[in-house]
Design a protein around this ligand. Structure first.
Ligand code: FAD
Length: 378
């Protein structure tokens, strides 16, 4: 999300700027909307986005390769193919990686499905194969993690699906946090009232150990054995490239500290880190990744003209949460740069959440998603 958007806008706003976008896969698979694959409401193919428009419409040089190493001082990139690139600026947008979970090893019996792809399809098939009176577990890691409302909306969606497809099944939600980390009014009502007969919600329940052979999960309070399906979402950190480059200097060494006027790393002024890999006061969300990318592109183009970055950037985020298979709630926030402390600060008057959920919001979610993906990829 962040990488595609910054590449597009660097070309759109800086006609003479040469841009290389290095990405691992032939196409991008959207995480946004991927929980709907679990309920059969979307296909994996519907989440695929081509990079062709970035080249055809905007002249971005798209390289299918893997970045192995970055020289933050010489501003150079070494790729798996052996190619070396030298640049005036490097923008890193590698997303997230996961902490290892004790006991999990290489087992795929407890998928995270938090990077959309084969794990999403695997979790969908595990849920479909679950016995009618089965128990599924969804674990929520400590903050900060990718998409704060995401695990709660996935729990609601799966609970609604279970009611229809496996009416005697239960969903145990183990939240490592002390309470809902966002949209508390809507999620607490959905968990306790609407889905109260399906969802069993435990707070401060960090996963300490798992055993895929016996499908067991241990928290400080309890061990749950022989569960049927486990959606294990581990604790998160910036994509390994950020750590390997020595730029993960915030959030206990998990994410990259940046200057939100340009998203330049606080350690390497010509390397920018955007999207989920950076540590800012904004949520780790695709919409915010898109916004950060534009602020970053603008700052880079200004710097090429020896101009300072925009001193007062504003970003915004909209988020729709599926509360049932047909109804959604929403949450929106606007952030403005605060020069007093150098952070993006929420603008209270412009931040709001829906009171409850309905079908109109669900339909608007599809419109919002199409617009965001078009802005990022075409
Ligand atoms: C279930 C779910 C639902 C979500 N719903 C929403 C929502 O409703 N709204 C919202 O705003 N956000 C949502 N999000 C969050 C959103 O998906 C992320 O915030 C967003 O994808 C972050 O963008 P990014 O560019 O930082 O990372 P990504 O989108 O993960 O992109 C990182 C890219 O970098 C590539 N890469 C990594 N390392 C290398 C390397 N060494 N070489 C080459 N390429 C590399 C990866 O392959 C990947 O393509 C959701 C997430 C999930 C999991």
């Amino acid at each position: 999300m962040a990488g595609a958007t910054v590449a597009k806008y660097l070309r759109m706003w800086g006609d003479s700027v040469e841009v290389f976008l290095v990405k691992r896969n032939a196409s991008y698979t959207s995480n946004i909307m991927s929980s709907l694959v679990l309920t059969g409401q979307r296909t994996m193919a519907s989440l695929n986005y081509s990079y062709d428009s970035l080249f055809n419409a905007w002249g971005v040089q798209v390289l299918r390769d893997e970045v192995l190493e970055i020289d933050p001082v010489g501003v150079k990139v070494r790729l798996a193919s052996g190619t070396q690139l030298a640049a005036d600026r490097i923008v890193l947008a590698p997303g997230i990686d996961f902490d290892p979970v004790p006991g999990l090893g290489n087992s795929d019996r407890m998928p995270h499905a938090w990077k959309a792809g084969p794990q999403t399809a695997l979790l969908a098939s595990q849920l479909a194969a679950m016995p009618d009176n089965g128990v599924a577990v969804l674990t929520i890691p400590k903050t900060p993690y990718r998409c704060p409302p995401g695990p709660y909306e996935r729990a609601c969606l799966v609970a609604d699906w279970l009611k229809q497809r496996k009416p005697r099944a239960k969903l145990l939600v183990l939240d490592a946090n002390a309470d809902f980390v966002t949209e508390r009014d809507n999620f607490s009502r959905a968990f306790n009232d609407l889905h109260g007969d399906v969802i069993d919600y435990r707070t401060s329940a960090e996963v300490l150990q798992v055993d895929p052979a016996t499908m067991s999960i241990t928290t400080a309070a309890e061990t749950f054995r022989n569960v049927d399906v486990v959606n294990l979402i581990p604790r998160q950190r910036a994509g390994s490239l950020v750590t390997a480059t020595g730029l993960a200097n915030a959030t206990e060494g998990r994410f990259a500290a940046v200057d939100p006027l340009s998203y330049a790393s606080t350690l390497a002024p010509r390397i920018h880190v955007i999207g989920d890999a950076s540590a800012t006061t904004q949520p780790k969300a695709g919409h915010i990744a898109n916004q950060e990318a534009k602020v970053c592109a603008d700052a880079i183009i200004r710097s090429f003209a020896s101009l300072a970055p925009d001193p007062a950037p504003v970003t915004n985020s909209a988020c729709y949460s599926t509360i049932t298979m047909r109804q959604a709630s929403w949450l929106t926030a606007v952030f403005q740069y605060n020069p007093a402390n150098g952070t993006m600060q929420p603008v209270a008057a412009s931040s709001a959440a829906s009171v409850g959920w309905n079908k109109d919001h669900f339909d608007q979610m599809n419109t919002w998603f199409k617009a965001l993906m078009a802005d990022s990829f075409s």
